[in-house]
Structure formats: structure tokens, C-alpha cells
Design a protein around this ligand. Sequence first.
Ligand code: SAM
Length: 382
Amino acid sequence: MSAVAVATIEREVLRLRADGLTYQETADRIGRSRGFVYEILLRHGARQHEARIRERAEERRRRQEETLRAIIGETVTADILDFFDSLPDDSLDLIVTSAPYNIGKVYGEAPRADRMRHLHYHGWMMQVISEMARTLKPNAMAFVQLGNTRDDANQTVPLDILFFDDFRGAGLTFQSRVIWTKSHGLQPKRRLAERYEAALVWCKGDSPRFNASAARTPQRHPEKRAYKGPHKGELTCNPLGAWPTDVWPIEQVKANHPERAPGHPAQFPLALAKRAVMLYSMPGDLVCDPFSGTGTTAAACAEAGRAFVGADLFYDDVRRKRLAAVTPDTVTWLPGVSAENLAVWQAEARRRDVPASPISREAELQLLLGALPGTGRRDEAG
Ligand SMILES: C[S@@+](CC[C@H](N)C(=O)[O-])C[C@H]1O[C@@H](n2cnc3c(N)ncnc32)[C@H](O)[C@@H]1O
């Protein structure tokens, strides 16, 4: 059959179906089999139930958008997968979270929830990761803190290694592996004491959001100058601080820490969440922590002027109390701007205000005359 004949018959099939004829009636009209009709409809995405699927998808999207609007600024008490189910595709600007490690921590009233079979845990987290990827906007970021788990044979398994391919398989692009160093932790008998946890940073696309100045560190030698080239003699260091690295020394939340919320066994520090929020989102963006716990990410967002949504099975009252006490932070400097940095750059600015060569007496006189009423342009301009 020629291409024109195929196109004509396809148009006819689509028209008959649109007029409400059944598959059999359509097949009879064009003198072909039901299978032939079905194939054409399949190729054009026009089978009967496809329209219904489309309608249902649209309805679901409407419901999800409504739910999201209703919960912005809140953390809900819900299972993570139910929570994600209520969020539309491509709706979050950033995810900052720390997952349960499946090492038997006692969260809320579910003492055994953090001790699944290793395979179940891995499978469950694959679903969580896939939902993260679905709900992030294009080019939005995810910062997921991960320590070590233990498998069914009680062997230690680093979670960033276990889940790495799952994040990639979900379509995310690897950005950084942040090492959060801390001064306390496990002290095993026959191996090194654990003094860091990792966080994997991902982008849903290849154009990551990255506000470097939100995590710069003070320059160690702010007075350093170029010793050759066209900028010889000029300060070389960025006044906003040194480029941020993937090693973050931050004190963890121990028993007597001022941020400590009662009853939670695995709270992460506000400084960690806030640095991630500032680095990977903009003011007004919508940030999500689907394992909200004590509300650390929510508190960081409230301080940094970001909108927030989140969920956790427990700790609703803890989060409410904590968030009620947070005020927006409008005073803290960018972390790379130190008093020493500022002093060096202010001195430099003063140095540049001084004219390079002394002004002549004649030029000085002209300047003075120009400034006197009735003698110069300034006066004419009023
Ligand atoms: C590592 S903690 C997060 C701590 C949080 N970053 C903080 O600073 O408080 C993990 C959290 O996941 C929650 N969780 C465990 N299973 C969950 C599930 N199925 N759905 C929702 N939350 C869950 C736990 O209650 C716990 O608060």
C-alpha cells in the first residue's frame, strides 16, 4: 500500500472511532480486521482506554496541585511514599533530607521500623529515590545525607555507595559527595573510629543551581597580591571568601547541644541543612524534607526565606514547637566574609581613593572655582 493510501485509511479509522463506532464497526466499514484497526489506534495513542488514562492523569495532577498548595509551610504526619504520592511531578525546587539508616534506631512509636531486611530497605529506598526524581523540577537539586547501614550478615555498608546507582538510574546527575566531619561518633574495637558522614548532591538535569558564596570560607591570606602580569600589585583573593569545598566540618547535635530536640535519636545540625538550602536554592523557592524528623530543614528554610513542605511518621509536636521559635535570619554575613577580609578590602578601597599623582595648583584652583556660587557649572545646574 502506498504511503498516501496508508495515511488515508489511518485518517478514516481515527474519524470513525471519534464518531463513536466500536472497533468491530470500524473494521467492517473499512473492510479490515479488528487487529488492523487496533494497531492504527495504538500507533496514534487513540485507543479507548488511553483517553480515560489521560483524563485520570489530569485529574490526579489537579488533586496533587491542590494538596501541595494546602500544605506549603507545613510538615505533615504521613508515610513518605503516601506523602510523595500527593505531590505533582516537577514541583520541588530542592530536597534536603537525611534518610533512616536501617540500623535499629527507635523513631517514635515504631521501634522496629528502622530494622527491615536489607533487601526490603534497599527496595523501599529505591522507591523513595525514584519519587524524589519525579517530584523535583527540571534542574532542581537534591542533597541527601547518608551514613552507614548494616546488612543481614551485620556487615557495614556505606549508604552513599549502596544508593549511588539508584540515584543515577532515577535520571539524576551526580554533583558532589559532601563529607560532613564531626568530632564524636562510633569507636569500634578493630577498625577506625567513624568521624564523618556523607551526603550525595544530585541535579535533575545538567544545569545545577549553585550559589557558591553561600558556603565560601574566609580567605587564609586575604592580603595576597598578584606579583606579575597586568594586575601586578592588586589583591587576588575574592573578598567573599575562598571557593567552597566538599568537606564540611560541623559539630553534630549531641545530648547537651542547644539545638537538641527531645526524643529524636538522629537529628542533624541546623548549620548543615542551612548550608545546603542556601547553596542549592533561592529565596522563595520550595524546599522539601520528606524525612523531616525534628524539623531541622524546615527551620533552616524559615531562617533563609524559603518555602517548605515535608513529612515524617512522628515528631509533629516537636516540629511545631521548634518552628514557632524560628525567626528569619537577616543579620548573619555570608560565611566567607570575615572581619579580616573586610579590613583588607576597606584599606584597599581607601588606598584607591587617594589620587595617584599630586594635583597641580592650577587644576586645584579650577576645582575650587567650580564649587563657588556664581563661578561655575555647578551653580548653573542649581
Ligand atoms: C535520620 S532521621 C531525620 C532527622 C532530621 N533530619 C532531623 O534533623 O531531625 C529520619 C526520619 O525518618 C522518619 N521516618 C522513618 N520511616 C519513615 C516513613 N516510612 N515515612 C516517613 N518518615 C519516616 C523517622 O521518624 C525519622 O524522623
